[in-house]
Design a binder for this molecule. Sequence first.
Ligand code: SF4
Length: 334
Amino acid sequence: MKGRVFSGARPTGRQHIGNYLGAIQNYVKLQDDYDCIYCIVDIHALTTLEATPMKSGLQENIHEMMLDWLAAGLDPQRSILFVQSHVPQVMELHTLLSMVTPLGWLTRVATFKEKARMQPDNINYGLVGYPVLMTADIVLYKANIVPVGEDQLPHLELAREIVRRFHYLFGPTFPEPQAKLTNAPLVLGLDGVNKMSKSLNNDIELAASPEDTRERVISAFTDPARRYRSDPGHPEVCNVYRLHSFYNPERLGELGAECRSAGIGCVECKEALARSINKELEPFRERRAELAARPGYVKEVIADGARRASAIATETLTEVKQKMGLISRQVIPD
Ligand code: SF4
């Protein structure tokens, strides 16, 4: 039997190449070997409303993000693609799991401390309970595999602790979710310093036009020591070079040597990168335009995903309530 993967991502709207290289391409590959459930976690986004970029509104962000996922190869025939709040059972399970989760486990989470520092005027309950909701997301669907980067391992370990505590109190119910470590590369933004991020405006959207993509790439920071065309460059400190490693791996050695000998100028180097990104993204953009032209298609995918996710969620929640003594065993269907 195939394992079941669960992963969620915040509704940040149009996705950028950092989202693709860091997560989406892995999501697409996992579909070959697992039953996958991919969720846009809109409730999680409410914990940091001020920090989450929602210029065009939550619904618009969800629509654009799902369109990108679909165009990139997430397949609604093979995977369940849905929006977290459309399956409200997750909030019920969150409440039930919160009863078995000691507060101290939550207040010592590093990301809670970091978020509390970043938004001292809005240290809301949701922020503290975030890992419990995340655990509910995973175990509601009895997922046993969660693709994570190394930085997210402590969160998954906390989810496993909550599961173990539930099992200790009420008996075995969920698979203990296992991390599937992904080799997601760290993709820096056009500023060459921070992780690529929409909110920092240092990103290249997958769905941007070829001309916009070119303009964005041309604006990228490079080796600060290279002030004149004749200055030899240091590709190892240049983020344009790093981006070439994703889009031009076969030319990397040659580009590096040309940079070091000042054989190539930065504008030329960036033009080559923009051409490669545009070439690689052409099929994605065509597919996205086709899907966008199908009226109601994204809504249908999301509604179907919610129906399928809800069926699993209802079964799990019934079992949980039974084990916690909230409903009698007699009413549980076989
Ligand atoms: Fe960076 Fe390319 Fe300029 Fe070298 S030539 S500093 S790799 S942009």
